[in-house]
Design a protein around this ligand. Structure first.
Ligand code: AMP
Length: 214
């Protein structure tokens, strides 16, 4: 199965992506996680991407498309994969269709996680992330067992630079302008399923599984 997760920053794409990856036994591929690892490793790609990411702007399509084409062609993606954070522009969606065509494959479902901007802002301001294993917590509604420490790997949690309130507003503006139009494209191709992103994560997962298995 090839599944795309869409929704604004903070909608819960990463959380649901990891649940679904476990459920279906296929990799969850987060373009943001790949970029953050490149930045942490101070690679050429990381250095190219960092200034865009810190401001909450999109990294240029050419860089992202090459990075994702490389990832999708890996052996572990053969049984299928879940995309979180890619595609984010109409051009990236076109490039994804082209790369899948070349592999003789196509997208099965596009899942849109629907959530209000007010909720997104509240959620992201409380978000704490593990730079080591990418686990995500929320100081208000999903705190780690030990304050500031990842339950999963024991690493210290951080607040991402791009999770500051002013940067979140910029990310939302960019999402509305550049990413939202993709939803219509996939809807026209009857690939779109929409799920309410407001309830608790386990409730959302149940709703998603019901939608996908219908
Ligand atoms: P995310 O973790 O998905 O919120 O991504 C964090 C940041 O990485 C974004 O704000 C962008 O700067 C960059 N990024 C991630 N995915 C993409 C993409 N598909 N296209 C352009 N930039 C991206």
């Amino acid at each position: 199965m090839i599944l795309i997760l869409l929704g604004p920053p903070g909608a819960g794409k990463g959380t649901q992506g990891r649940f679904l990856a476990d459920e279906y036994g296929i990799p969850e591929i987060s373009s943001g996680d790949i970029l953050r690892a490149e930045v942490a490793g101070n690679t050429k790609l990381g250095r190219q991407a960092k200034s865009y990411m810190d401001k909450g702007e999109l990294v240029p399509d050419g860089i992202i498309v090459a990075m994702m084409a490389d990832r999708i062609s890996k052996e572990d993606c053969k049984p299928g994969f879940i995309l979180d954070g890619f595609p984010r522009t109409i051009d990236q969606a076109g490039a994804l269709a082209d790369m899948l065509k070349e592999l003789g494959r196509s997208v099965d479902f596009v899942l849109n996680i629907d959530i209000s901007e007010e909720r997104v802002i509240k959620r992201i301001s409380g978000r704490r992330s593990c730079p080591n294993c990418s686990s995500v917590y929320n100081v208000h509604c999903n705190p780690p067992k030990k304050d500031g420490i990842c339950d999963n790997c024991g690493n210290e949690l951080i607040q991402r630079i791009d999770d500051s309130e002013s940067t979140v507003l910029n990310r939302l503006k960019i999402y509305n302008k550049q990413t939202k139009p993709i939803i219509d494209c996939y809807d026209k191709r009857s690939l779109l399923r929409t799920v309410d992103g407001e309830p608790k994560p386990d409730v959302i997962l149940d709703d998603i599984l019901n939608l996908l298995n219908r």
